[in-house]
Ligand binder design. Structure first.
Ligand SMILES: *Cc1c(COP(=O)(O)O)cnc(C)c1O
Ligand SMILES: [Zn+2]
Length: 432
């Protein structure tokens, strides 16, 4: 196995380095899993191998294979992840009062951004000869890992909090995984998955502690750099749970900037729920609260495992973090659906609520441009979305039922005038 383009795994706390061909999760010099490792590359080697044209045509994230930490002879485990659309969103932009584009990562193979990382993890597991893969997940990583394990012929044994949305529990079952629903929080499921990794030696995909995970997430940064080469946005907005996703995107975008592929870098805006705001609090040096209670289950994280990398991404990019209430998140979900035809899960819609908050507070200016990354589809969690809608209209199968509601000859084209974004809509109106 050769990894000529990977120099080392480097501890983010003490700078100690480790051999990238060994299975090392975190630096043993620190308590628990605090010593998160970062993959350090030899960019001369990478540039030697990277010859794809940056023409905006991206079939999958494996266009950037030269940047991914897999062996030269590795056979990628792929379902065609990445290469997602960057959509103009004129009606949403009008409602938010700032030009907004949407990177629609809910169209990934299992419905979520995490496929980018999982594809690399499954490829690594196979490269390392591992037969069993595991992770702890709020739901999406589990479904994603299960799908890619099936694709690779590996066994997946995954830990999820018992109250994860039904769709996210069923999806990995269909992919043939063992789904162990832990009677406890995501944080407890996470700790258990670490114990199991020690005890059984299963390959662990947890994004914060597996140093290769974030590396797959970089490809969204590569793609955004390629897709916005002519006009780099002022801001890229992500929701944050453990913080790996926003950190991965920043690393990818910054690499392309360092290499001269793109002239500018965006500021990163991280969005958390008021009920699960630990990274936001750490960034603003407030007292971090371990409470995790939000409708956005994918970011319902009390003890984020990658606060350091996330905060570094916010700081290095000149960005910041904001919080939004559950009511604002659900209002953003229906707004995005109603105005642009994009159905996001709550964590995927949270960036829209974050943009509105950042506009109101003057963090984002009216003449700036913003990219909101929608990280997951809404189809896995219809129950929370239903709360934010008026529900269906039940009628008898008779024309009279329709004519009592609509005039013949009426042309129903939205005039855009009612595209409001009520701040106190839905349950638990915002406080911050
Ligand atoms: C996991 C997830 C996030 C948060 O990513 P982190 O790396 O935990 O910060 C956001 N949105 C969706 C849909 C997710 O599945
Ligand atoms: Zn260390």
């Amino acid at each position: 196995m050769t990894l000529r383009h990977v120099r080392a795994l480097e501890c983010t706390l003490c700078g100690a380095t480790y051999d990238p061909t060994e299975v090392v999760y975190t630096c043993p010099e620190h308590d628990g899993v605090a010593g998160i490792l970062d993959v350090v590359y030899d960019y001369d080697e990478i540039v030697d191998r990277f010859d794809a044209p940056l023409d905006g045509r991206i079939d999958s994230q494996w266009k950037y294979r030269a940047f991914l930490p897999v062996a030269d002879d590795a056979d990628p485990v792929t379902l065609g992840e990445g290469g997602t659309d960057l959509l103009e969103a004129p009606r949403l932009s009008a409602a938010l009062g700032v030009e907004t584009l949407v990177k629609n990562d809910g169209t990934n193979p299992t419905g979520c951004f995490k496929d980018r990382a999982t594809s690399v993890a499954a490829t690594k597991a196979r490269e390392l000869g591992r037969k069993v893969v595991t992770c702890a997940s709020t739901g999406n990583a589990a479904a994603s890992l299960a799908g890619y394990a099936a694709r690779a012929g590996l066994d997946a044994r995954i830990f999820v909090p018992g109250d994860a949305p039904e769709g996210k529990l069923v999806q990995p079952l269909v992919y043939g995984a063992d789904v162990l629903a832990v009677e406890g929080s995501y944080d407890e499921a996470y700790d258990l998955s670490l114990e199991v990794t020690d005890e059984y030696g299963w390959y662990n995909r947890n994004a914060a502690i597996n140093p290769f995970q974030i590396e797959g997430k970089r490809t969204v940064g590569h793609e955004l750099a390629e897709q916005t080469r002519e006009a780099v946005p002022d801001w890229i907005v992500f929701s944050m749970g453990d913080g790996c996703t926003i950190a991965g995107c920043w690393k990818g975008f910054a690499e392309f900037h360092e290499l001269g592929f793109v002239e500018d870098t965006p500021k990163m805006l991280g969005v958390q729920a008021t009920g699960a705001s630990a990274i936001h609090d750490a960034f603003h040096a407030d007292d971090a609260d371990e409470l995790a209670e939000t409708v956005a289950d994918s970011i319902e994280v009390g003890r984020p495992r990658n606060t350091l990398k996330a905060c570094r991404a916010l700081e290095e990019s000149g960005g910041t973090a904001v919080t939004v209430s559950d009511g604002e998140i659900l209002a953003a979900e229906t707004l995005l659906g109603r105005l642009e035809g994009i159905y996001a899960e709550p964590a995927g819609a949270a960036p829209i609520a974050g943009i509105r908050t950042a506009r109101e507070r003057g963090i984002v200016g009216p003449d700036e441009t913003v990219v909101a990354v929608v990280t997951g589809t809404g189809l896995k969690d219809t129950a929370s979305a239903r709360e934010a809608t008026d529900g269906v209209t039940r009628i008898e199968p008779a024309l009279a039922e329709v004519s009592s509601r609509y005039d013949v000859g009426e042309t129903a084209v939205a005039d855009g005038g009612e595209d409001t974004f009520p701040r106190t809509d839905g349950p638990e109106a915002g406080t911050r």
